[in-house]
Write a protein that binds this ligand. Structure first.
Ligand SMILES: Cc1cc2nc3c(=O)[nH]c(=O)nc-3n(C[C@H](O)[C@H](O)[C@H](O)COP(=O)(O)OP(=O)(O)OC[C@H]3O[C@@H](n4cnc5c(N)ncnc54)[C@H](O)[C@@H]3O)c2cc1C
Length: 382
């Protein structure tokens, strides 16, 4: 396959080579944030890939952004510490006012302002976003007062800004089921009324709970029209799905590469274990599964880039890629036998990291239900 993105892939690989397994293992033990890695990606302009050049970004395509994240993961690194910076800014870009774009995008592009936190999920509503309870109440014309709680707000401790979805009109008074929610750009450097509590998870993910207690947000930080926030958030989801899918493809490639190399070098019963078809076939199967998912990621990215609707392809890409990376992770542990469990091989770390993607940012059943209802026309189930 011809790949016009080869130069960018090579540069990302070269950058990632400076952050080997030891670096990630040490952070993983402490659940510490990969600040140096994120700084290196920021300095290289990769996190500003999708910000147009007019605002100081790299003005690259989604295919390029996908290639960046895929290479990060295929190199054994983890983009989860910063990938949201790439796509959350899309909400400002598409729905923000000219003043908001001018005020925030150049700073985000330079890395002076971090927009890495995305507050949608809540403990009581989960996937049922329209039932969220965080309230933003207008206080005169100049501000909103926010009360409520978010959960799984990743990177909140390492972000200056948060894109927050909150209810501005009570559900029963909203004209439509999907109206009454609004998006705010919350400046988290103003900590009055904001409490962030880290959640320790099975992998190093810097995720948190965020509590809002009469947090005051200037009215000028409302993005777009009041009440239309759900639509704005949905419009950014295809990019998110495509980018996360690319990370999963990168993970799958890493696992397949590790397993193939080990199967060739590990000698037992007088020959390489990879000479046994019982060891070869699962690696070959994982490769096929990854390649099929990769084609779907490419199709989704091409449609996105052409400005066409790609909800079906982006959802399928995320799901197929997340399943492919998980299958490859399992295969890689099996190929390594006991060594698959040893910290120094990095496999158990990557195994834990890649498990996330059939749950977040959207879980398997929600993707299946989207395909069933919106693609196949089956009855709505919820
Ligand atoms: C490490 C991590 C990081 C995250 N980062 C962020 C973030 O930065 N910002 C953010 O807003 N969110 C974030 N999330 C939240 C993530 O998007 C949700 O966990 C995910 O969407 C699933 O929601 P839930 O956990 O509330 O599960 P629930 O909604 O409680 O669902 C539980 C299970 O039930 C299934 N289910 C629910 N309803 C139905 C139905 N009608 N039919 C069939 N099955 C159903 C779901 O598919 C799921 O398997 C993160 C989560 C994790 C674990």
């Amino acid at each position: 396959m011809s790949d016009d993105l080869q130069p960018i892939r090579e540069s990302v690989r070269a950058l990632c080579a400076k952050f080997p397994g030891e670096y990630w293992r040490a952070l993983d033990r402490e659940r510490a944030y990969p600040a140096d890695f994120v700084k290196a990606l920021t300095d290289a302009g990769y996190l500003a890939a999708l910000i147009p050049e007019d605002y100081g970004g790299s003005g690259l395509t989604i295919r390029a952004a996908s290639a960046i994240l895929e290479e990060v993961h295929a190199s054994g690194c983890n983009g989860a510490a910063c990938h949201a910076q790439m796509y959350t800014m899309g909400t400002i870009l598409r729905h923000g006012s000219p003043e908001q774009k001018k005020k925030y995008l150049p700073g985000i592009a330079k890395g002076e302002l971090r927009l890495q936190a995305f507050g949608v999920t809540e403990p009581t509503s989960g996937t049922d976003t329209l039932s969220l309870r965080t309230i933003a109440k207008k206080d005169g014309n100049s501000a909103y007062v926010i009360n409520g709680q978010k959960i799984w707000t990743s990177r909140a401790e390492y972000s200056d800004l948060m894109l927050l979805l909150a209810r501005t009109t009570p559900r029963e008074q909203a004209k439509k089921r999907t109206e009454g929610l609004s998006v705010f750009l919350v400046d988290m450097r103003n900590t009055k009324g904001l409490t962030i509590k880290p959640i320790r998870t099975m992998m190093n993910h810097a995720t948190t709970e965020v509590f809002f207690d009469n947090l005051c947000v200037p009215a000028e930080n409302l993005i777009g029209e009041e009440g239309q926030g759900f639509r704005y958030i949905l419009s950014g989801m295809n990019a998110e799905r495509i980018l996360i899918a690319s990370e999963c493809i990168g993970d799958a490639k890493w696992f397949i590469g590790k397993a193939s190399a080990y199967a060739k070098e590990r000698n037992l019963f007088g020959r390489a274990i990879g000479q046994n078809q019982g060891v070869q076939f699962p690696i070959a199967r994982a490769h096929m599964q990854m390649r099929a998912a990769e084609l779907m990621v490419h199709e989704a990215a091409q449609l996105y880039e052409a400005g066409e609707d790609c909800g079906e392809e982006a959802n399928m890409a995320k799901q197929l890629a997340a399943e492919a990376s998980w299958a490859a992770a399992d295969m890689c542990v099996q190929t390594h036998g006991g060594f698959g469990f040893a910290e120094e091989f990095d496999i158990e770390r990557k195994f834990r990291e890649t498990r996330l993607y059939t749950v977040a940012p959207i879980s398997t059943n929600m993707v299946l239900s989207y395909i069933a209802e919106h693609v196949l026309g089956l009855p709505r189930s919820y």
